[in-house]
Ligand binder design. Sequence first.
Ligand SMILES: [Zn+2]
Length: 407
Amino acid sequence: MKWATWGSGSAKLLAVLSTAAMMFAAPPVAAKNDVGCSERSGVLGVSRVLEVDTTTGPRFGNMQYKDIDFLKPGEVVLTFDDGPLRPKTTSVLNALEAHCTKATFFMVGRMALVDPSMVKEIDRRGHTVATHSWSHKMQGRLSKKRAEKEFELGVSAVSLALGKPVAPFFRFPYLSDPRTMQAHLKQRAHGNFSIDIDSLDFRTRSGTTMVNRVLRGLKSQGKGILLFHDIQRSTASGVRKLLDELARRGYKVVHLVPKHPATTLKKYDDMALKEAARRKKVASSRPLASRSIVWPVSNADYYPAAQPLKIYPRGLFRGPLPERSGLVRSKAEESLRGSHHNVVPDAAKPEKPEAPALKPSKKTARASKKKRVSTQKAVKGPPAPAQQPDALKGPYEADWVNEAFKN
Ligand SMILES: [Zn+2]
């Protein structure tokens, strides 16, 4: 993807233009968002903004790397992975805004393509948009070629959804960081962001449990990069309380921003465009069916504990995720996937429900039946579940449906 405004040759001109624009245009959105923050007491705010130069592919996060210790005692970096997922991401954004503070969102490419306006909204509110692969596969289990595709297509897809370059910040799904991919990140001038403290928000539905876990971690470590998932219920419900507590206990938030934008590769930009077009087409026939809110869990025990557990609220999303997301595999990928069955069995076979599904209302049942029929025509595999995830219900649902595929 070529981003003319980021070219070094046009930097001078851009600077002049932006100065002129700032003189005559309305105040920038970020400034508008900050109105009222200076008068508010007891809010976190941002204690410092750290511009990260990723040219040499630096690695952060003590859970895996001891390379760089950039935080002072009492400082935290807020990071949210796996989204966006509008209803829960919106709760997170509102909590951050209430505290006039900023975070970094490590987005999954295919999630970003489903809801590009949400990606733009996160950026509009002044947060950092970073990437977390195309479809959240464990890279340590992939061939070099597939792992590179996961990374590159993720960067291209989130950039496409955002409409401009993302930050060259990457977090490996499940923190699975094969050496070849670490080298690839370095070569592509991306920072590799591991974590210090894991909220383990995927292990609980309780916001309070999640908050207590993070506060305990901070008490013992004193500072750190905090990991949350803005697709998890406990984070959506608990994040406001956590920020209140961080402020009360005197913690300071550091906001990470990139020195240079990420670049993308044309081959993967084309692929991302194709995926976006395919999603629009699929979405028009089954707007709520193409989103996944959980990732398959691996039985690998040598990775750090940052693996979202498989949680099926009310027996949802039991089908094989990639097919339902509209991703079409090549034959080579299919054969690789075969070997995956031993490693990630949950990804491939339908599961028995862990909890009985709630009995749908007559209206829901009728709508679901209709949807099942159209879904069966469109994709192979088991029919879509009768129940929609409760994550997609609530005040934002209509908004999400209207907005998600507009652009
Ligand atoms: Zn993740």
